[in-house]
Ligand binder design. Structure first.
Ligand SMILES: [Zn+2]
Ligand SMILES: [Zn+2]
Length: 235
């Protein structure tokens, strides 16, 4: 079955995302755009995943628990998980490896933890948009150990990407899927970087505001809409 997706969406928990990125606003916009599957991927945290999942049930949209982790090498990696429990276990390690630096909302932006009715239940005090002490290699093995998948984010970008920061895709990571920003011409990019044809290529919105959430124009063909089969497709 064709499932239209956007697997890289930030909520109001990410300091760089708009405050309007609440669970219900995200789900309603995804519904308007005709998406079947979304992933919530805040910087180094999963604290809004559950609320978006509950809100999404009303619209029949599947939410994949996720997180955009910044590694010790300052590389952004999208991690997607088959369940909240598996996401939680990796997040705890990510959180333990991110020493406390207090967020300054005036400089970096607010970090709101919300419930399924868009009420603010916490203001995250720890600055989330920063490198953890976890290496790319370690993050890949941690994610895989709980049945999840790690996807190098926006590999075409000149900062915070696996290729910009490491210069190549290390073979020992066993990368299967890479994310290329949705706003570039994929055909041109692949003709300049033909080795990328060895990987599944995925494009997401990396939405930090509502209007940016993907249109219904990219799908995967999977047997059902369960997180496990979607992760299996990319793995
Ligand atoms: Zn990023
Ligand atoms: Zn992002």
């Amino acid at each position: 079955m064709k499932m239209y997706y956007d697997l890289h969406i930030h909520t109001a928990l990410s300091p760089c995302a708009d405050d309007e990125m609440t669970p219900n606003n995200i789900v309603n916009m995804a519904h308007l755009k005709g998406l079947d599957i979304i992933a919530v991927t805040d910087h180094n945290s999963i604290k809004n995943v559950e609320a978006v999942s509950v809100a999404a049930k009303k619209q029949g949209i599947t939410v994949i628990p996720g997180m955009e982790v910044e590694t010790a090498e300052e590389v952004h990696i999208i991690t997607l998980f088959p369940s909240m429990r598996s996401a939680y276990s990796v997040w705890q390690i990510v959180d333990d490896n991110m020493p406390f630096i207090e967020n300054n909302p005036d400089i970096f932006g607010e970090q709101f933890v919300l419930d399924e009715n868009d009420n603010i239940i916490e203001e995250e005090s720890k600055l989330l948009l920063r490198a953890t002490k976890i290496s790319v290699q370690k993050l890949f093995s941690l994610t895989k150990s709980v049945g999840g998948i790690a996807i190098p984010a926006h590999i075409n970008r000149r900062s915070n990407s696996l290729i910009s920061n490491l210069g190549f895709i290390p073979p020992e990571l066993n990368v299967t899927t890479v994310e290329v920003s949705g706003n570039i011409c994929l055909t041109d990019y692949l003709s300049q970087n033909p080795y990328l044809r060895n990987y599944n290529i995925i494009s997401n919105s990396d939405a930090h505001s509502l209007g940016i959430i993907s249109e219904r124009n990219k799908f995967i063909d999977v047997i059902n809409n369960k997180p496990q089969s979607i992760i299996g497709f990319f793995g």
